[in-house]
Ligand binder design. Sequence first.
Ligand code: ADP
Ligand code: MG
Length: 156
Amino acid sequence: MLELETASASETEALAARLALRLEPGDVVLVRGELGAGKTTFVRGACRALEVTGNVTSPTFTIGHLYEGRVPVAHLDLYRFTEVSAAEWGDLEPYFDGTIAFVEWPEAGTTALPPARVSVALAHAGADRRRIRLDATDPALLEGIERADPRVRYRD
Ligand code: ADP
Ligand code: MG
């Protein structure tokens, strides 16, 4: 478990990017936090690092987006689900097939979804500050991730 604080949206994007560079297809990342906490911002930073071009926006009014980056990337939002039924899992499954998958509001799907490699929880910590907690099944995945990675560059 790692807990840290960012002071801007771009710092959150940079953290997400460093995580993304350590992931591989088949990995699932759950992204929790209340509205405005920065879930989509986090996923956007991860997507940029995975060379997804174009807009990365909240899929709140669809189940998810599939992006073509260096590898396929899925971005799901289960906000409207109370529970993921077997039939609904049929609709979700393709998003997890060979992708790195980021799931916002995963609470309803935690029993149906493939096991997560990383769980991220974001919380407001005043103004533009966010407290971010990262949990990984393999703690080595997070080692040193709080340090800046010079390979990561940002475009606004
Ligand atoms: P969510 O998907 O959790 O509803 P969004 O990522 O859509 O949240 O929105 C978060 C908002 O907060 C954005 O407008 C973003 O620019 C802003 N923000 C300010 N500071 C931060 C920070 N430290 N980390 C992430 N987002 C931040
Ligand atoms: Mg969102």
